[in-house]
Design a protein around this ligand. Structure first.
Ligand SMILES: *[C@@H]1O[C@H](CO)[C@@H](O)[C@H](O)[C@H]1NC(C)=O
Ligand SMILES: *[C@@H]1O[C@H](CO)[C@@H](O)[C@H](O)[C@H]1NC(C)=O
Ligand SMILES: *[C@@H]1O[C@H](CO)[C@@H](O)[C@H](O)[C@H]1NC(C)=O
Ligand SMILES: *[C@@H]1O[C@H](CO)[C@@H](O)[C@H](O)[C@H]1NC(C)=O
Ligand SMILES: *[C@@H]1O[C@H](CO)[C@@H](O)[C@H](O)[C@H]1NC(C)=O
Ligand SMILES: *[C@@H]1O[C@H](CO)[C@@H](O)[C@H](O)[C@H]1NC(C)=O
Ligand SMILES: *[C@@H]1O[C@H](CO)[C@@H](O)[C@H](O)[C@H]1NC(C)=O
Ligand SMILES: *[C@@H]1O[C@H](CO)[C@@H](O)[C@H](O)[C@H]1NC(C)=O
Ligand SMILES: *[C@@H]1O[C@H](CO)[C@@H](O)[C@H](O)[C@H]1NC(C)=O
Ligand SMILES: *[C@@H]1O[C@H](CO)[C@@H](O)[C@H](O)[C@H]1NC(C)=O
Ligand SMILES: *[C@@H]1O[C@H](CO)[C@@H](O)[C@H](O)[C@H]1NC(C)=O
Length: 564
């Protein structure tokens, strides 16, 4: 067909897609677990940079529920390279060294600074016990590395990933660390955090066998509990959902394996953790579509489903809290590529809404006690504006992704039954990701204490391609259950979209400045906050019902909050 005909066809034939959403305020599915409040990064020392401190303060304010932070390298030894570029995928604390006689020397100064920075800003540690200090590594050289966007990922697996030379010294290090935390902060504070052992021991992060990981775990957990018998401990933070047979064998070990630290049976386990990652690609141009980025949310959801299936098959473990210790659209926060260019704009927050809401659906299906879904993204000090790393903020300007966490923070209470005619089924998303019609989904909750109803609605597709807006009618019924006889309510409509809560489009419109003026910086910071679509307004409540109509651009998200 001639391209000249196209505009005529669009205006005369194409009718906007209509989606109907219904939320039933009278029908609760039980408490909505506040999952979207865990964050993390490879680089522990970013927390104490100016950008890190500002971002932590914001993370601590996301919701009425506690925020936690997980980071690698808390026990890694500093081994400076003669280079002062920011150190991606690296960090260190010098917590453990040895004197010339081989006696341990503990120094908690840097760990204290990091945890103080969290706690002063309302964030608590989800403390990762790792990695191997240089003085304890069986094969310490080389110990450090210089990661950059062009070298292969494997160069990072150096001395810190090696098995400790002495399990006794490893165990004592863990004991001294936890004892120090208890002395400094008190038992209640330390009891409110988490302790987990290592990161992704089933891939290069652990240069040992699975049996050796069990021993690492046994010594770590035995010594955490020796210092504080009520501390929460868990693992194994495996990559790739259950990581093949890893998760199952780990659960076997915790139930009735030989505990190498105590010689008893099994090992304590208070929560179960594993990782899930999507798998984006860059699709070259074809006759029908230009070259573009394409997400794959099914890769991540399959990880979650497979791990939940394993956990639910263990009668003695299946009720334990589960934390998806990394739950991201791709596998490398510190890498840049055409396939990772979703990170500045709207795809990242809408993908996260889809992934986390389906995690919750999978938890219901498998009867899993889902306690958290952790976003592996933070900030990199001294990098350029919107440079494509998987970070939440760039030079203290929040990216759109931050605002989906602000929305999740307002979505608390009982989860409500809510349907959308535009929602792609869980079955289809698991099998084929979101490649046909976009997923126009809904997640809704009513918080009794606040007397507020909140409904999040997204319009997500894997392809980073333009699509027409969707026309939505959303009706809420059953409000009489909570607001007997109420005739009007206050509606606040929050929006993450092309022109709302979007510092990136604002920055592009400024001409992508790498040295913005202070007026521009102020404007960008304001654009990085969660904004409303118009002012709050009064809506009629008739017979316990409210109806709202709005249009939703591709990859945009709305959060409607109704209060009496
Ligand atoms: C949602 O769908 C379920 C199953 O189709 C149905 O039982 C329920 O009444 C619907 N709820 C609303 C609020 O439309
Ligand atoms: C960032 O740059 C400043 C000024 O050059 C420097 O003092 C600081 O150490 C750098 N920080 C990081 C984390 O690279
Ligand atoms: C402990 O570590 C800090 C930070 O690296 C350092 O300034 C201090 O000198 C160390 N303390 C001792 C006793 O070595
Ligand atoms: C990246 O690191 C490799 C060594 O691992 C080095 O050969 C290369 O020059 C570095 N590239 C950049 C752009 O710094
Ligand atoms: C352990 O590290 C050595 C290099 O020191 C490497 O050759 C080997 O492949 C690594 N093994 C595992 C299981 O990662
Ligand atoms: C742990 O204990 C088991 C059973 O006694 C033993 O076979 C294994 O070698 C030990 N593992 C390590 C890493 O010491
Ligand atoms: C350990 O527990 C599993 C069930 O989790 C059971 O199948 C297995 O027989 C037990 N093994 C031993 C040695 O008790
Ligand atoms: C896409 O195009 C690039 C550059 O022309 C080429 O290197 C790459 O192999 C192509 N990818 C696929 C999946 O065909
Ligand atoms: C998504 O990724 C998974 C795992 O890499 C792959 O098996 C699947 O084919 C991908 N799905 C789509 C629709 O591309
Ligand atoms: C409801 O909101 C209150 C106040 O923000 C909060 O403390 C409470 O935890 C919320 N309820 C649930 C179940 O999340
Ligand atoms: C409606 O809610 C907004 C946001 O919470 C608030 O600023 C406004 O005062 C409320 N208006 C009424 C009429 O309650």
């Amino acid at each position: 067909m001639s391209s000249l005909l196209l505009p005529i066809l669009i205006s005369s034939v194409v009718v906007a897609r209509q989606v109907h959403i219904s939320v039933d305020a009278s029908s609760s599915m039980g408490v909505l677990p506040p999952v979207a409040r865990f964050f993390g990064a490879d680089e522990p020392n970013e927390a104490t940079t100016p950008d890190g401190e500002v971002l932590l303060a914001e993370l601590g304010q996301l919701s009425p529920h506690q925020t936690y932070f997980r980071t690698h390298n808390l026990l890694t030894t500093c081994d400076p390279l003669d280079d002062d570029t920011p150190r991606l995928k690296w960090g260190c604390t010098n917590a453990y060294t040895e004197d010339s006689y081989g006696n341990p020397v503990y120094n908690w100064t840097i760990i204290d600074q990091i945890f103080d920075t969290y706690l002063e800003r309302g964030v608590k540690p989800y403390a990762q016990i790792g990695f191997t200090p240089k003085a304890l590594a069986t094969d310490p050289e080389p110990y450090t590395f210089l990661f950059n966007a062009t070298n292969t990922y494997n160069i990072i697996f150096t001395g810190w990933s090696h098995v400790p030379t002495s399990w006794q010294k490893w165990g004592e290090l863990v004991y001294q660390w936890v004892k120090h935390e208890v002395e400094l902060r008190g038992e209640d504070e330390v009891n409110s955090g988490y302790w987990e052992v290592w990161n992704e021991p089933n891939i290069g992060y652990w240069n040992g066998t699975e049996e050796q990981y069990f021993t690492l775990y046994d010594y770590a957990v035995y010594n955490v509990r020796r210092a504080l018998p009520t501390a929460r401990v868990g693992g194994p933070e495996v990559a790739g959902g259950p990581g093949g047979s890893w998760l199952g064998l780990f659960l076997d070990h915790t139930i009735n394996g030989t505990n190498n630290a105590t010689r008893g049976e099994g090992s304590p386990l208070d929560f179960i953790s594993f990782h899930a990652k999507g798998s984006p690609v860059y699709v070259n141009a074809t006759d029908s579509a230009p070259g573009h980025l394409q997400m794959n949310v099914s890769a991540s959801l399959q990880n979650v489903r497979d791990a939940f299936a394993v956990i639910s098959s263990y009668p003695s473990q299946k009720d334990k809290p589960v934390i998806i210790g990394e739950d991201d659209p791709d596998g490398c926060a510190a890498c840049q590529s055409d396939a990772y260019n979703y990170r500045n704009g709207l795809i990242y927050p809408s993908y996260t809404a889809v992934a986390f809401s389906r995690d919750l659906d999978l938890a219901l299906r498998y009867n899993i006690n889902l306690e958290g879904t952790l976003t592996w993204a933070f900030a990199f000090q001294n990098t350029s504006y919107f440079d494509g790393f998987r970070v939440l903020a760039t030079n203290q300007i929040d990216k759109p992704i931050m605002n989906v966490f602000r929305m999740f923070g307002k979505l608390t209470g009982e989860r409500l039954v809510a349907n959308s005619t535009g929602q792609v089924s869980l079955h289809t998303v698991l099998a084929n990701s979101v490649r046909g019609d976009s997923d126009v989904g809904v997640l809704a909750a009513y918080n009794q204490t606040e007397g507020k109803l909140a409904a999040m609605v997204w319009n997500y597709h894997d392809d980073a391609l333009p699509k027409p807006d969707v026309q939505i009618t959303l009706d809420v019924s059953g409000l009489d259950t909570h607001w007997q006889g109420c005739e009007s309510a206050n509606l606040t409509h929050y929006r993450i979209g092309p022109t709302h809560s979007n510092s990136y489009t604002k920055w592009l419109a400024m001409g992508s400045p790498q040295n913005p003026s202070s007026a521009q910086i102020a404007e960008l910071k304001a654009a990085g906050m969660l904004q409303t679509l118009g002012s709050p307004r009064t809506v009629r409540v008739e017979g316990g019902k409210v109806e709202v109509a709005f249009s939703l651009p591709i990859h945009a998200i709305s959060l409607l909050v109704l209060e009496k």
